[in-house]
Ligand binder design. Structure first.
Ligand SMILES: O=c1ccn([C@H]2C[C@H](O)[C@@H](CO)O2)c(=O)[nH]1
Length: 138
């Protein structure tokens, strides 16, 4: 499958997840999708809380779902999309959460930052250079 097909299908999965967003407070819907080396795609959406600070971001929900399914590596690609024209980018906490899963499997996943009218390609190590991760505790 070409990189573009991968990209388009992963962004479509993230956008589909966004439809389930529970974001009554910010009304800012976010979807995330993770693609693993075995082809598995795991998605997440943001889940807000009346105690605002307890909000769960889409990327963090996706990582939690994936790890609950047993994934411990092979994270090759991530897509995150907002209800915006321009591309959105994972927040700092989500970068750290994504890094845990990436570092466990020794990958540096491509991160597609997307909006309705823009897609920006980056890699996790550019979003979180010199990360503190599992290896830091060795
Ligand atoms: O990387 C991010 C940044 C923000 N949000 C969510 C949290 C909140 O519900 C809304 C506005 O910040 O967007 C995410 O899901 N992922």
């Amino acid at each position: 499958m070409s990189e573009d097909n991968n990209r388009d299908s992963l962004i479509a999965a993230a956008k589909d997840a966004l439809e389930d967003s529970y974001s009554p407070y910010s009304k800012f819907r976010v979807g995330a999708a993770l693609r693993f080396a075995d082809g598995t795609v795991v998605t997440g959406t943001n889940i807000e809380n009346a105690s605002y600070g307890l909000t769960l971001c889409a990327e963090t929900v996706a990582v939690a779902k994936a790890m609950d399914d047993g994934h411990r590596g092979g994270l090759e690609e991530v897509a995150v999309i907002g209800d915006t024209a321009g591309a959105i980018s994972p927040c700092g906490r989500c970068r750290q959460v994504l890094n845990e899963l990436a570092e466990l499997g020794g990958t540096d996943p491509v991160v597609w930052c997307a909006g309705e009218e823009e897609v920006v390609k980056t890699v996790l190590s550019d979003l979180l250079p010199r990360a503190f991760g599992p290896a830091s505790l060795d």
